[in-house]
Write a protein that binds this ligand. Structure first.
Ligand code: GAP
Length: 497
């Protein structure tokens, strides 16, 4: 991750927000290459999800909505994480990410140890227990630790569990609920009546506008409403770079189905669609897996939720959640707004509230997954046969920030440069391309490898003296071949869609 974070900064993919003021935790800026990559992810999703389907329409709703939306959706009452404070260090922890264990020697509890959630939480607790036993010079056999998180701590245990910040017990508070919605005030008054929230998800925009879309969009069940937009969550512990941040972007789609439809089949179809789509933008299938939320942990209205997981360097984590939410959301809005949400079924001549399947994904998580899976360092031979390191980002041409780099072999031959500029201006009408005439050609190739450019074209003497063809160099194989301009356009047309 450190190497990747450094690359992102060095090459202008991602910067810490407000860095000149020391940064602000959980917020990020996307630099020139990052903005292109992000836009490509959004565009691919929008094209595949909305434009290339006949059953889905796209909308764009406001970030600040009527506060009653969030009462109806349950976010005001229940969008909380359990929070634990350390009174001494002033550090805050998510209780379900702060683990502890009793140190049990010869069947007797002699103290407690704690560790923050990681890939090796249990091992860390076991090591801490061994250190504890040694330091306190306790004789006897140490038992294997039983890890629990702070939401499971009994009141009498809380005072005995050491804070991860200080290593000492006595400073941790009992867990309390912390609402993750950012609050603001609308209008000049800052009283209770003016309180509003930055949306914590884009989904409620689709539910709140359901009737407007039905009344105006000539949609027929089953159909979906999709949107892409920013969401905000005051995460207690933003972490893993852009994986969990406080301002992020979601791509969500609500797929409305008949109340009697086979929801499980539809749910499965959407899980498959999402997986195939991730592969289509270059994520390796081998890094993807599924996690089915256990029935007992689902919200009462939920029929099933499956997460598509991705193998990040910091562990296998949620990338895309696909939830079967029944008719809960529309019914809640019907109840709170007083506006009926039922639609008329021509077949049965009855009115009913549709059910919904919701695939919800974060653009930033896809961005990070693409970088993690695509990053490689390789030993390659230069022109003289010397081994050198090349850093390469194997991004799919669909999402790569630059599709083609145009490289005139030399910069002091006006004919050659003119031909390169001509190609550049034709390509850039349709594609993100980059013109680079400085440095040795090998160095220029490396610069493009590092930012994930799938192809470089070199305009050389043959181009102007012979048949107009130029050298096409492929990023992944590093193979080179002669190609005509029409072939290059055909290649781009096929691979960048
Ligand atoms: N409407 C349902 C919903 O918002 P969610 O699982 O809370 O469900 C959906 O969020 C997706 O949004 C997640 O699978 C993840 O990709 C992304 N996401 C959620 N919280 C995030 C955060 N703090 N930072 C970045 N992405 C986040």
């Amino acid at each position: 991750m450190e190497t990747l974070v450094a690359l992102c900064k060095r090459r202008g993919f991602i910067f810490q927000s407000s860095e000149i003021y020391g940064g602000i935790n959980g917020f990020f800026d996307f630099g020139p290459l990052g903005a292109e990559l992000k836009k490509n992810i959004r565009d691919c999703w929008w094209n595949d999800m909305v434009r290339r389907r006949d059953d889905i329409v796209g909308i764009e709703t406001s970030i600040i909505m009527h506060p009653k939306v969030w009462e109806a959706s349950g976010h005001v009452a229940g969008f909380t994480d359990p929070l634990v404070d350390c009174r001494v260090s002033k550090q805050r922890y998510r209780a379900d990410q702060l683990f502890f264990a009793a140190v049990v020697v010869d069947g007797k509890t002699v103290g407690y140890v704690s560790a923050l959630e990681s890939e090796r939480t249990v091992e860390a607790l076991q090591e801490a227990a061994e250190v504890f036993k040694r330091k306190k010079a306790v004789q006897g056999k140490l038992e294997a630790v039983q890890a629990r998180d702070m939401t499971e701590a009994r009141p009498d245990e809380i005072a005995l569990i050491p804070s991860p910040a200080t290593g000492e017990p006595g400073s941790l508070t009992p867990p309390r609920s912390f609402n993750m919605m950012f609050q603001t005030n609308v209008g000049a008054m800052t009283d209770a009546a003016s309180v509003a929230y930055l949306r914590p998800e884009t989904a409620q925009g689709m539910f709140a506008d359901f009737k407007s879309v039905v009344d105006t969009g000539r949609v027929k069940l089953p159909f979906g409403i999709a949107q892409i937009g920013k969401s905000f969550r005051n995460e207690i512990t933003p972490r893993n770079f852009i994986f969990r941040s406080r301002e992020f972007e979601q791509m969500e789609m609500e797929y409305f189905i008949h109340e009697d439809a086979d929801w499980a089949k539809c749910h499965r179809e959407w899980i498959n669609w999402c997986k195939d789509w991730l592969v289509s933008i270059g994520l390796p299938e081998s890094h993807l897996s599924e996690y089915n939320h256990p029935k007992e942990k689902l919200a009462f209205y939920s029929r099933g939720t499956t997460d598509i997981m991705f193998r990040y360097p910091f562990g296998v984590q949620e990338l895309w959640g696909i939830a079967a939410r029944g008719d809960y959301d529309l019914k809640q809005h019907e109840k709170h707004s007083g506006v009926p949400q039922a639609i008329f079924d021509e077949a049965t001549k009855k009115k009913f509230v549709p059910h919904v399947i919701e695939p919800a994904v974060g653009v930033d998580r896809i961005f990070l997954a693409a970088l993690c899976a695509g990053y490689a360092e390789e030993d390659v031979k230069d022109d003289k046969g010397n081994v050198e390191k090349r850093t390469v980002l194997r991004l799919s041409p669909r999402i790569a920030p630059v599709k083609v780099a145009i490289l005139p072999l030399v910069k002091n031959k006006p004919d050659l440069v003119a031909r390169a500029e001509e190609l550049h201006s034709r390509l850039k009408r349709k594609y993100a391309v980059f013109y680079d005439e400085s440095g040795a050609i090998g160095r220029r190739y490396r610069r493009q490898d590092e930012i994930g450019t799938p192809w470089c074209v070199t305009i050389d003497f043959e181009t102007i003296e012979k048949d107009g063809s130029f050298t096409l160099r492929e990023r992944d194989s590093m193979k080179q071949r002669r190609i005509q301009e029409a072939e290059l356009f055909a290649l781009l047309e096929e691979k960048v869609y």
